[in-house]
Design a protein around this ligand. Structure first.
Ligand SMILES: Nc1ncnc2c1ncn2[C@@H]1O[C@H](COP(=O)(O)OP(=O)(O)OP(=O)(O)O)[C@@H](O)[C@H]1O
Length: 233
C-alpha cells in the first residue's frame, strides 16, 4: 500500500507539493489529475525516492521510502511517459536485461510468455525495440512489472501520445494488474481513462490535492465539469 502523510516538497520558497495525504490500497488504481505543474510528477518522484521530501513522509507497505530506499524499490515498478529501453536490443533481450538488474533470471520461454501476456504481438518479440511503437514499449514496461512481481505500480502519464486503441489496451493491462492486487498510482491528463480505468481520482492544483473521490461516485460529465471548474478558479 502507498501512503503519503503531510507529504511536502519545497524548492526554496516555492511549494511544489503541499501537505499531501493520500492512500492507495491493494487493487486500487488512483489517478492524479491536474494542470501542468500541479505536482503530480513530484508526488510520483517522492514515492520513487528520486527526490527528498522537505516535510511529511511517503511510505510503501509501511516502509518510509527515504529510510528503506532499496526495500521499497523492490516492491515497485515505474513506467514513465517514455520508457527507456535499449533500442538495439529486442523486447525480449531488454526484459531479460532489466530482470537481471533486479536480480531475477527467467528462461527464454517464461520471458516470451510475460511479453505475450502483456499484449506484445508474437512477431515483435524478437525485433529490435527501435522498431516498436510507443504502445509496444509500454507493454514491455508492464511485462517488466509482472516479472518483478511488483505490488506497486507508479505511472507518470503512461498513455500520453498513445492512440485510443493502444491506450485502451494499456488500460486493460492495468485492470489485469489491479485484479492481481497491485496498487497503482498514475499521473494522467486523460480524464476519460481516469474515470474508465481508475478506482479513485484525485484533482491537484498548485501542489494541493483539492479533491479526491471514488471514480464510481461521479459520471464522466460531472468529472469533466468539476475538473474544468477547478482549473478556471
Ligand atoms: N527541481 C525543481 N526546482 C524548482 N521547481 C521545480 C523543480 N522540479 C519541479 N519544480 C516545480 O514544481 C511544480 C510541480 O511540478 P510537477 O512536475 O510535479 O508537475 P506536474 O503536475 O507533474 O506537471 P505536468 O503535467 O506538466 O507533468 C512545477 O511548478 C515545477 O516547475
Amino acid at each position: 500500500m502507498l501512503q503519503a502523510t503531510e507529504l511536502t516538497k519545497k524548492y526554496g520558497k516555492f511549494t511544489a507539493l503541499n501537505a499531501l495525504n493520500l492512500s492507495v490500497k491493494k487493487g486500487d488504481i488512483f489517478c492524479l489529475l491536474g494542470a501542468n505543474g500541479a505536482g503530480k510528477s513530484t508526488t510520483i518522484n517522492l514515492f520513487l525516492n528520486f527526490i527528498e521530501p522537505t516535510g511529511g513522509k511517503a511510505t510503501i507497505n509501511a516502509l518510509d521510502v527515504t529510510q528503506h530506499g532499496k526495500a521499497t524499490k523492490k516492491l515497485l515498478s515505474y513506467i514513465p511517459e517514455n520508457l527507456m529501453l535499449y533500442p538495439n536490443l529486442t523486447g525480449l533481450e531488454n526484459l531479460d536485461f532489466f530482470c537481471g538488474l533486479g536480480g531475477k533470471s527467467y528462461s527464454k520461454d517464461h520471458l516470451e510468455e510475460l511479453l505475450k501476456q502483456s499484449g506484445l504481438q508474437t512477431n515483435f518479440l524478437h525485433k529490435r525495440v527501435s522498431n516498436y511503437s510507443k504502445g509496444m514499449r509500454q507493454k514491455v514496461g508492464i511485462a517488466l512489472a509482472r516479472a518483478r512481481e511488483a505490488s506497486v505500480l507508479l505511472l507518470d502519464e503512461p498513455t500520453s501520445g498513445l492512440d485510443p486503441k493502444a491506450s485502451n489496451e494499456f488500460s486493460e493491462l492495468l485492470l489485469d494488474m489491479k485484479d492481481k492486487g497491485v496498487a497503482t498510482l498514475m499521473a494522467t491528463h486523460d480524464l476519460f481513462r481516469a474515470k474508465d480505468t481508475g478506482t479513485h481520482i484525485g484533482i491537484m492544483k498548485e501542489g494541493i490535492l483539492i479533491e479526491q473521490f471514488a471514480s464510481d461516485d461521479v459520471s464522466f460529465q460531472d468529472l469533466e465539469k468539476l475538473y474544468l471548474k477547478h482549473m478556471h478558479n
